[in-house]
Design a protein around this ligand. Structure first.
Ligand SMILES: Nc1ncnc2c1ncn2[C@@H]1O[C@H](COP(=O)(O)OP(=O)(O)OP(=O)(O)O)[C@@H](O)[C@H]1O
Ligand SMILES: [Mg+2]
Length: 296
């Protein structure tokens, strides 16, 4: 399982290593005036699953969905169970083909972004290998992709373990960690690869509310300096409001984006944000939009 997931990941960041190409002032101006390619662009992406048995029903999982994600932007998919969130993430990751519409990651189709290891996938369960230490688990995807060291644009595994407060557990076995600590190893594993686009499918759903809040603060802390773009799936309105730059609210199956809500809170975000009146107003608006979408 881990190996399958691992194959989705990794990124060389060759252009980051090489630095920007030399160009004249005139050329630089011309380049600046060109429109910027979004990190992720979904254009009318839809998915219908064919009948699994002869004469069985087809399932329209996702109605045409259009959405862009900019560099360093965190966009949350917030929607009821069965509205096609996982299906959409799997299509972005190149693990499932859309029935219609197009997906571009930095202008390239998912299959090539996947080959180039420019996409990271963080699942609900970190699936740590019990015979590997915490450090070795965090290092797993780099090892599987034949890397001794992370890409230069990504912090080292030890540095990331320190960031998430696990330095003292680097040599421990996974069973010695709590669920929240294990998911922190999962985050380190994904960030160590330096993939510019992270897809996260309810990564904190199995955690208790306090640990979950810690994890969202940690995720923001890791993403901000690296300018990682994130598509984050959740059922939690508070999680969506705290983490996101924009929240795409979805309707029930066949899922579609009924509204994209801007989250105006400045970065860096602190935990106290969740106690403010503005935060309460935003979560109320998201709840109302979610319920209105369900009544369509
Ligand atoms: N491989 C598949 N074959 C047939 N139908 C599928 C397949 N994968 C998903 N579906 C259907 O597509 C719909 C959307 O499923 P999906 O898993 O994307 O929902 P979700 O929004 O992630 O739900 P949840 O919040 O419960 O995880 C569901 O009706 C599901 O049964
Ligand atoms: Mg799902």
């Amino acid at each position: 399982m881990a190996a399958t997931r691992a194959s989705v990941l990794v990124d060389e960041h060759d252009e980051a290593r090489a630095g920007p190409p030399a160009r004249s002032w005139r050329r630089a101006r011309a380049v600046r005036s060109q429109p910027v390619t979004p990190r992720l662009e979904l254009s009318a992406v839809a998915k219908t699953f064919g009948p699994t048995t002869r004469g069985g029903p087809t399932v329209e999982a996702l109605a045409p969905t259009t959405l862009t994600v900019a560099d360093g932007e965190v966009v949350t998919l917030l929607g009821p169970s069965g509205c096609g969130k996982t299906t959409l993430l799997r299509m972005i990751a190149g693990l499932e083909q859309p029935t219609s519409g197009t997906i571009a990651i930095e202008g390239a189709p998912p299959a090539s972004a996947r080959r180039e290891k420019r996409i990271g996938f963080v699942p609900q369960s970190p699936a740590l290998l019990p015979w590997r230490s915490v450090r070795a688990n965090a290092q797993l995807l780099l090892d599987l992709n034949g890397r001794r060291r992370p890409p230069t644009s990504a912090p080292s595994v030890d540095r990331l373990l320190e960031e998430v407060g696990l330095s003292d557990f680097a040599d421990a076995a996974p069973h010695e960690l709590s669920g929240g600590m294990q998911q922190r190893v999962g985050l380190v594993r994904a960030f160590a690869l330096g993939a510019p686009l992270l897809l996260m499918d309810e990564p904190f759903a199995a955690l208790d509310e306090m640990t979950r809040a810690d994890m969202r603060h940690l995720l923001i802390h890791l993403c901000e300096p690296l300018k990682t773009s994130v598509v984050f799936v959740t059922h939690s309105i508070a999680e969506a409001a705290f983490l996101s730059d924009r929240v795409a609210v979805m309707s029930p199956r066949p899922g579609s984006v009924v509204d994209v809500v801007d989250v105006p809170f400045p970065h860096p975000r602190q935990a106290v944000l969740e106690d403010t009146e503005e935060f309460f107003h935003l979560t109320t608006r998201l709840r109302e939009t979610l319920h209105a979408g369900s009544r369509r």
